[in-house]
Design a protein around this ligand. Structure first.
Ligand SMILES: C[S@@+](CC[C@H](N)C(=O)[O-])C[C@H]1O[C@@H](n2cnc3c(N)ncnc32)[C@H](O)[C@@H]1O
Length: 264
């Protein structure tokens, strides 16, 4: 299914923003400055309201190479936070726009309720299965993530089928960045590429209001989409910009972030 779109990115009013930029600041404040209907696709992995700083050394990582500065939301504020950013995401999306939001199981109920409350129609509940989680003694190891695919209008949205049977469980390994500076929660480039291939067209404008290390921007640029990113942490914002400078091409990605086993 292909959404009806209103022309190229240059024709749009983005308020104070220009395409292909990342801005440091609070997503809620920055989203409010974006004109209604200006974005084609939102892809985002929001904070989870768990203390990631305390877990920097997890996942077989050398903690000292994991960038500090990750900004969290307090657990008792999570529902309100989720409702507020989702309302804004709904407002800034074009009538044929789509949203992909990532969630761990522990915050899934707030995310599902927030989507309904904002007016989205949830099209699919995808599972991203990755290769490992944290070591556990008295519970199962978490090795999946939820991705909710939601649209404004269920009769008009972009869906560029890539597979004959596009299944809703995606097995995609986490990336290892052996020996490199990294952030605690970066998404695999292949995972974001898959989303952009299905739910956007070249020239579309993709927004990530919680862009972290800049993965959505890196993939958007290499796939000929435009991007806009917001990030509260100054350290992460600087890291995302540095990554964009160094890693805009498939060649750069292959050299630096392959899926070899070992420390990530
Ligand atoms: C799960 S991470 C995103 C990771 C990203 N997808 C990547 O591949 O690197 C969530 C990000 O949201 C940022 N954040 C937390 N609260 C924020 C807010 N109010 N506005 C903007 N960014 C925020 C955190 O600092 C963190 O970098």
């Amino acid at each position: 299914m292909r959404g009806r779109k209103s022309g190229g990115v240059k024709a749009r009013d983005l308020g104070p923003f220009v395409p292909d930029t990342i801005h440091q600041g609070d997503a809620l404040a920055l989203l409010s400055k974006l004109p209604a209907g200006s974005i084609d696709l939102v892809v985002t992995d929001p904070p989870f309201a768990i203390d990631f700083r305390a877990q920097r050394g997890n996942y077989n990582r050398t903690g000292s190479r994991v960038l500090d500065g990750y900004r969290e939301v307090l657990p008792d504020q999570y529902r309100d936070f989720t409702n507020r950013w989702m309302e804004e995401a709904f407002r800034v999306l074009s009538p044929a726009g789509s949203l992909y939001v990532f969630s761990g199981w522990n915050r899934l109920k707030e995310v599902l309720c927030g989507l309904d409350r904002a007016g989205f129609h949830t099209v699919n509940h995808l599972i991203w299965k990755f290769q490992f989680g944290v070591f556990t003694r008295r519970r199962y190891v978490t090795s999946h993530y939820h991705i909710l695919f939601a649209v404004k209008d269920p009769s008009d949205y972009t869906f560029n089928k890539q597979d004959h049977y596009p299944e809703d469980v995606w097995v995609i390994p986490r990336e290892y960045w052996k020996g490199r500076k990294k952030t605690a929660t970066k998404l695999p480039l292949d995972l974001v590429s898959r989303i952009l291939a299905y739910s956007s067209d070249p020239g579309d404008l993709v927004l990530d209001p919680f862009i972290g290390s800049g993965t959505v921007a890196v993939v958007a640029r290499e796939m000929g989409r435009h991007f806009l990113g917001f990030e509260l942490s100054e350290e992460y914002c600087a890291f995302a910009l540095e990554r964009l400078r160094e890693e805009g091409t498939r060649g750069g990605r292959a050299a630096g972030s392959g899926n070899a086993e070992g420390e990530n």
